[in-house]
Design a protein around this ligand. Structure first.
Ligand code: NAP
Length: 306
């Protein structure tokens, strides 16, 4: 594995990280708890120490699985979890109020079996709460040694700047892949300039960029892959296939190409790979054994932007 310094520290985090949304099982075609557990163990065995999870993934299930799997090697793992997406009945709402955050962190610490979470991220912006209040609440958790570092996900540039005025936001987690390159416009250059670590998610397009779908998959209406990743639907799927066809010409395993292209972009700290089992862990983290050449990076960069 390769490692980089976590922003502003000497702590090392792996440049490829394990994503655990699939562990939640619901709306992701199901998942097997034991396979998820073994996937974490295998990832750690391969040197992956950065593990991303959230209470939202299976309503706490993903955090519980991660907690069990890292119990014996807590010191080796760098755990990121999140706050701000709340389930009430069948509904999901945003809540980044100080009260809600202080409730959420206790539940996450219990499920993860940790005293201190390494990286605590706001999962999505909450327009109903002033970002200043949210960051103040996070700083309080930091003082209480319940979280070590702070980050945000899915913030636009304006909101990120506002958050930075209140506290040391070390990480931005955003969708970034060969199929979704919006982040390149403003956020990546800003983070690079300010030394904010970018954690990229959806790097394999939620599975699409592995090239395994020869036809549009028939996913249930509420399937997260279909709802969240736009290229599972309509003409975006056809477009994704055109890109995949061109990428195949480079002769690399597509899942690894997708991961390496992102991790080799300037400003990227970690490219996350969602893995449902040991086989996917091995296939994906094997990407670390090779790099795209500068010529290949240039050729891929020239492919029509999605
Ligand atoms: N902050 C946020 O708002 C946010 C949003 C999304 C994701 N995330 C985080 O980022 C992580 C990564 O994103 P993601 O999991 O959504 O998408 P992803 O990494 O692009 O895709 C992961 C999915 O692709 C399929 N896959 C992975 N490796 C494969 C392989 N070698 N061969 C075939 N299929 C393979 C698996 O699903 P199937 O087996 O079902 O095809 C897997 O669940 C998440 O797990 C989560 O931790 C954060």
């Amino acid at each position: 594995m390769k490692y980089v310094n976590f922003p502003g520290t000497e702590e090392k985090v792996s440049v490829l990280g394990l994503g655990t949304w699939v562990f939640g099982a619901e709306n992701w075609g199901g998942a097997d708890e034991q396979q998820s557990f073994l996937a974490v163990e295998k990832a750690m065995e391969l040197g992956v120490n950065f593990i991303d999870t959230a209470p939202f993934y299976g309503n706490g299930l993903a955090e519980k699985i991660v907690g069990r799997a890292i119990k014996k090697c807590r010191d080796k793992a760098f755990i990121a979890t999140k706050c701000g997406l709340i389930r009430e009945g069948g509904w999901v709402s945003h809540n980044l109020s100080p009260e809600s955050i202080s409730r959420e962190i206790e539940l996450s610490r219990q499920r993860l079996l940790v005293d201190e979470v390494d990286l605590y991220l706001c999962h999505w912006p909450d327009p109903a709460v002033a970002i200043e209040d949210t960051v103040e609440a996070l700083l309080k958790l930091q003082k209480q040694k319940k979280v070590r570092h702070l980050g945000v996900c899915n913030f636009d540039l304006n909101l990120l700047k506002k958050a930075l005025r209140v506290g040391p936001i070390k990480v931005l987690q955003v969708q970034y892949s060969l199929l979704e390159r919006e982040t390149e416009k403003e956020l990546l250059p800003f983070c690079l300039e300010k030394g904010i670590g970018v954690m990229a998610y959806g790097v394999m397009g939620g599975g699409i960029l592995t090239g395994k779908y020869l036809e549009k998959p028939q996913l249930a209406k509420k399937d997260a892959r279909r709802m969240f990743y736009a290229f599972y639907q309509g003409e975006k799927f056809e477009k994704s296939q055109k890109l995949i066809h061109r990428l195949q010409g480079l002769g690399h395993p597509l899942n690894q190409l997708a991961l390496n292209w992102v991790r080799q972009q300037p400003g990227i700290m970690t490219a996350l790979a969602g893995c449902r089992n040991v086989a996917q862990v091995a296939e994906n983290f094997g990407a670390i054994d090779w790099d795209l050449s500068s010529d290949e990076l240039e050729r891929i960069g020239e492919l029509e932007k999605f």
